[in-house]
Design a binder for this molecule. Structure first.
Ligand SMILES: Nc1ncnc2c1ncn2[C@@H]1O[C@@H]2COP(=O)(O)O[C@H]2[C@H]1O
Length: 404
């Protein structure tokens, strides 16, 4: 099986790989789920090997199942708001998520290093520029209520929620509602020529790889991105556990909007990182890796980004706006574009936040999780510690003057 690579360079897909709401293999195990929506068997370990034989579509239960009837409805039916999406299980990593992915897809989908850590993902994916833009944007007429339903799902979907409003509007226009009955096979592992990316609006589905259930999706969950990103066969079977309603996004809109926007995000982030004084010593390759690991995060005036005393797991680079750090309600410092904060808890053993950081206006930060911070900014530790000493001296001075 070939995974054609269209990208000119390994481009980031980290943001594309984790669904907004999923239960991981870990949770599936702990819940003792069974194959086939509702039955239960202990799951066996299904570690992929690099054997080429295994690259062909597997002979799984999911793959054998007949596709169920799919009713595509051009206009969404008025229904109640979808229930809250479950978030990804704590501690579940991309390694967990793609544990049972066929090796070829997995090789494309994540790097072989740091197997026990949640790591950023680099792979060559479809180049949206190479995709025909001649086709007019797809518009499937919808009622206002149907549009609101799609918007509600978009807000929950990790992969889509950071898109620009105009891009979200194009998605709302382009999606079509599809209903699937319980046990219907929405996606079949090994299937070629994938046409849709799916957002689950109602019901529940599960992904099955080589006969092993790997993920359960709740409303807000998304699936079907891999085949569209890599022009590859479907890497898993996705089956409805109950009657489901999905919003299906066609291949070319997905590729033009979602992949293009992700690429753009990475380029913008790399440009920003090049302006950060702390990172001047990084090579462009190291900056690209960091850009890959950064997630944009937005805050409104007055939002508490970091709270003193909390356990800290995220490091922030300030891209837009200003942030005030305070200790015991006394202001210590104002951060501006290119500054960083949140490093102390990640450097120390205790891991507790030593100050509160509040957004002074509309703020955009690049958030780097602890693992990626250690991995990618480890070499900066000396500089960070040096700066931290100065910072701690200010805090100590403040404590002293507050006591006296
Ligand atoms: N462990 C997994 N390996 C591969 N795909 C998975 C896995 N878990 C969930 N999926 C989803 O199942 C989808 C099947 O179609 P795709 O390969 O296009 O994209 C896949 C992912 O969205």
């Amino acid at each position: 099986m070939n995974f054609p690579a269209f990208g000119t360079r390994a481009s980031s897909i980290r943001g594309l790989l984790l669904p907004a709401c999923c239960t991981s293999q870990k949770q599936a195990n702990s819940h003792n789920h069974k194959m086939g929506c509702g039955s239960s068997t202990p799951e066996t370990s299904n570690s992929p090997s690099t054997n080429k034989e295994e690259l062909s579509p597997p002979d799984s239960e999911g793959a054998k199942a007949k596709p169920a009837t799919v009713t595509a409805q051009p206009t969404a039916q008025p229904t109640a708001q979808p229930p809250e999406a479950k978030t990804c299980v704590d501690g579940a990593s991309e390694d967990d998520f793609y544990k049972d992915t066929p090796p070829a897809a997995k090789a494309k989908a994540k790097p072989p290093r740091n197997r026990n850590k949640r790591s950023s993902v680099s792979a060559e994916c479809v180049d949206p520029v190479a995709i025909s833009r001649l086709a007019p944007p797809r518009v499937i007429p919808k009622t206002d209520e149907a549009k609101s339903q799609v918007e509600a799902v978009l807000e929950k979907a990790m992969l889509l929620k950071n898109l620009e409003p105009s891009q979200k509007k194009s998605i709302v226009d382009a999606v079509e509602e599809m209903t699937f009955q319980k046990d219907a096979v929405i996606i079949e592992q090994g299937e070629k020529d994938a046409q849709y990316f799916y957002m689950l609006s109602k019901g529940a589905c599960q992904a099955i790889v080589n006969g092993v259930q790997v993920v359960t999706y709740a409303p807000g969950g998304t699936f079907g991105e891999l085949a569209l990103m890599y022009n590859a066969p479907r890497a898993a079977t996705v089956k409805a556990c109950e009657d489901c309603v999905c919003f299906a996004l066609d291949r070319s809109t997905f590729q033009n909007i979602v992949i293009a926007s992700n690429k753009q995000r990475i380029q913008d982030t790399e440009k920003f990182l090049a302006e950060v004084p702390l990172l001047q010593s990084l090579t462009s390759g190291e900056r690209a890796q960091l850009a890959d690991a950064i997630q944009p995060s937005y805050f409104k005036p007055g939002d508490v980004i970091i709270k003193e005393g909390d356990v800290g797991n995220v490091f922030y680079l300030l891209e837009k706006g200003e942030v005030r750090a305070s200790h015991n309600d006394t202001s210590i410092k104002t951060y501006v574009h290119g500054d960083y904060f949140g490093e102390l808890a990640l450097l120390g053993d205790g891991g507790l936040r030593k100050a509160t950081c509040i957004a002074l206006g509309d703020v955009k930060v690049g958030a780097v999780e602890k693992d990626a911070f250690k991995r990618l900014l480890g070499p900066m530790e000396e500089i960070l510690l040096r700066n931290a000493e100065h910072y701690e001296a200010v805090v100590a001075q403040l404590d002293k003057s507050q006591k006296s």
